[in-house]
Design a protein around this ligand. Structure first.
Ligand code: HBI
Ligand code: FE
Length: 285
């Protein structure tokens, strides 16, 4: 398999996936991760995600070939999956999204790292992110997000965009007549967070509001303290196509909110106990 040291020039981080080089052990890690999530997600992941996974016909038994995924994806929403060696610089990331190219890591975690991931690997990216790019509205949202991110990156306001992405594309929940469902890739690709995000009494679950999300810090090293709930992907697409400027100017005058904050103006689906993170803090002290 192509190894991460293949650092191409920063402006164009796209590399060859090297699908032919994956070892049996690497395909085996994919299979283990896929089978765990396949048991957990029915009834937890949103219908649009499950439909996308099925229509992509993502193989359970091994790491998919991005060329095959792109054939299906392009016909559905014009997106394609391109391989990158790991996290890429902001400008390149937003540029690729704006061109409907999803940058997926071509490496996979080791068998002894199943539950912890410091950098998005091919399972997080392809199993987590790509199925929802089969949904036309969500696909348009992510493309509009990329275009908006390019503008913000030039203004030095990327952190607001990173929060929006984090609380929707990575860790978003969707409000449905059957109850809350997972749409975030970071949750849907995680065995433990697939359960925690919906069923633990600890985290807050708060109705999505653009300015509120852009003002709120997030955690990168543990479960989220707050999950934001969108009513529809149309809601996301509408905001990605609005002009953020007035909101960002107002936000720059406000202080950043801690991840566990609940405001009186929040639409609270569930006010968390905070027990999980309080316990982590106690045991770390
Ligand atoms: N932002 N700048 C940058 N670069 C990335 O590679 C990146 C990111 N934000 C999110 C992200 N990657 C992950 O969602 C990957 O799973 C795509
Ligand atoms: Fe991701």
């Amino acid at each position: 398999m192509a190894t991460a040291h293949q650092r191409p020039d920063q402006s164009d981080p796209v590399i060859d996936q090297g699908w032919e080089h994956y070892t049996r052990a690497e395909h085996g890690v994919w299979r283990t991760l896929f089978e765990r999530q396949a048991k957990l997600l029915p009834g937890r992941a949103c219908r649009e995600y499950m439909d996308g996974l099925a229509r992509l016909d993502v193989a359970a038994d091994g790491i998919p070939d991005f060329r095959r995924l792109s054939d299906v994806l392009t016909k559905a929403t014009g997106w394609e999956v391109v391989a990158v060696p790991g996290l890429i610089p902001d400008r390149a990331f937003y540029q690729l999204l704006s061109e409907r190219k999803f940058p997926a890591g071509n490496f996979i975690r080791r068998a002894d790292q199943l539950d912890y991931l410091e950098e998005p690997d091919v399972f997080h990216d392809v199993f987590g992110h790509v199925p929802l790019l089969m949904d036309p509205v969500f696909a348009d949202y992510v493309q509009a997000y990329g275009a908006g991110g390019l503008r913000r990156e030039r203004e030095g306001r990327v952190h607001f965009m990173a929060r929006l992405y984090w609380y929707t594309v990575e860790f978003g929940l969707l409000n449905t007549p059957e109850g809350l469902r997972i749409c975030g890739a970071g949750i849907v690709s995680s065995k433990t967070e697939s359960v925690f995000s919906l069923e633990s009494p600890s985290p807050n679950r708060i109705g999505f509001d653009l300015a509120r999300v852009m003002q709120t810090h997030y955690r990168i090293d543990d479960f989220q303290e707050t999950y934001f709930v969108v009513d529809s992907f149309d809601q996301l697409f509408d905001l990605a196509t609005t002009d953020f400027t007035p909101i960002l100017q107002d936000l720059e005058r406000r202080s950043t909110l801690e991840p566990g904050t609940v405001l009186p103006t929040d639409r609270v689906f569930h006010r968390g106990s905070g027990a999980y993170h309080a316990e982590k803090k106690r045991s770390a002290a």
